[in-house]
Design a protein around this ligand. Structure first.
Ligand SMILES: [Fe+2]
Length: 338
């Protein structure tokens, strides 16, 4: 044992590596989140623990890949956005339940799986954006009012099938029941200025171009548009509305993480999970993409805080996941996209 440690120490000196890095091992992450979002976090984690963090990034197909690799998968942790993707991992039985005192204390129950099969790390609010020059402040304050005939021909959204809208519609089902939610969705569809198309940012651009007066979109896109000189003017033409802030709260979705079944570096993965919920990591992760830290002890960045106060709907994200399928069928029944 002793001679092995000496050998590692000599090797570390020869390779000019910190001794901790050689002894502490590694952790492997499959990520739907872009590498630039994770890099600052993982660098800080490695500096603290010596554990090397390796990332495989993909836009699609990580669940299929995990399933194909089975017990031989090198992946320890999946990092992703959207409750639908986290839920997909659970439904395919690819995630391992893990609970620790730190994780349970740092992440509110509504933002984690009841058995610890996934944890939220950041949240994003689904906002209403409204033309500054055509919509009075206070004229619309809730999602429910999107179905009010006074908005006929004045609303833009992306596809009703997109996971961000599906999650919002699932929350409407959870709050109002399926019949009322469908009535609402039909009303929203009847108010659309054009066939659903593009991404959330395109709806804000459409407001700036006068195509519509209000739109649905995720909060961080507003920050990204202000950063982009080609989109800044469009962003500056809208007001941000936090729907239902005075009542049940604004619908949020999450980015999150899940431990895999196969995790060859399970202990290191749990160390990383716990690190990601600390105030230090939460601040880094939320700030880089204009999101809200899941840890309630950690405030959002000054820029994000300047947009208004988020009172999140405290409907458990797991309930939204459970209503997802019903929401997709409802979108089909009202033929939302056509
Ligand atoms: Fe997005």
């Amino acid at each position: 044992m002793r001679s092995r440690l000496t050998a590692i120490a000599i090797l570390a000196i020869l390779l000019n590596l910190p001794l901790a890095a050689m002894a502490a091992g590694e952790v492997n992450i499959y990520s739907y989140r872009q590498p630039y979002l994770l890099e600052p976090l993982l660098d800080a984690f490695t500096r603290k623990t010596g554990i090397e963090a390796n990332v495989v990034f993909a836009r699609n197909g990580l669940a299929e890949r995990l399933q194909r690799e089975g017990r031989n998968s090198p992946a320890d942790l999946v990092m992703t956005v959207d409750i639908a993707r986290l839920n997909e991992l659970v439904e395919r039985d690819l995630t391992e339940a893990v609970t620790t005192a730190t994780l349970e204390q740092d992440i509110p129950a509504s933002l984690r799986h009841p058995e610890g099969k996934w944890y939220g790390l950041t949240s994003r609010a689904r906002l209403i954006f409204a033309a500054k020059d055509r919509v009075e402040p206070g004229e619309i304050t809730t999602y429910e009012e999107l179905a009010d005939p006074k908005w006929k021909g004045r609303i833009c959204t992306r596809s009703g099938k997109h996971p961000y809208n599906v999650a919002l519609f699932a929350s409407m089902i959870a709050h109002h029941g399926e019949a009322k939610a469908q009535q609402w969705l039909q009303g929203l569809k009847d108010n659309l200025a054009r066939r659903p198309q593009g991404g959330d940012r395109d709806q804000i651009v459409a407001i700036a171009e006068g195509v519509c007066d209000i739109a649905l979109g995720n909060s961080y896109y507003y920050g990204k548009m202000l950063e982009d000189e080609n989109q800044r003017a469009a962003a500056e033409s809208v007001n941000l509305i936090f729907p239902n802030a005075g009542g049940r709260g604004t619908h949020i979705n999450i980015s999150g993480m899940a431990l895999t079944h196969s995790a060859p570096n399970r202990d290191n993965a749990i160390k990383l999970m716990e690190y990601l919920t600390t105030p230090e990591a939460q601040t880094i992760y939320a700030t880089v993409n204009y999101e809200y830290p899941a840890n309630p002890e950690v405030p959002p960045s000054d820029v994000v805080a300047g947009w208004g106060t988020l009172h999140p709907d405290d409907l458990p994200l797991n309930t939204i996941a459970e209503n997802r399928e019903a929401a997709v069928k409802m979108v089909d029944r009202v033929n939302y996209d056509n």
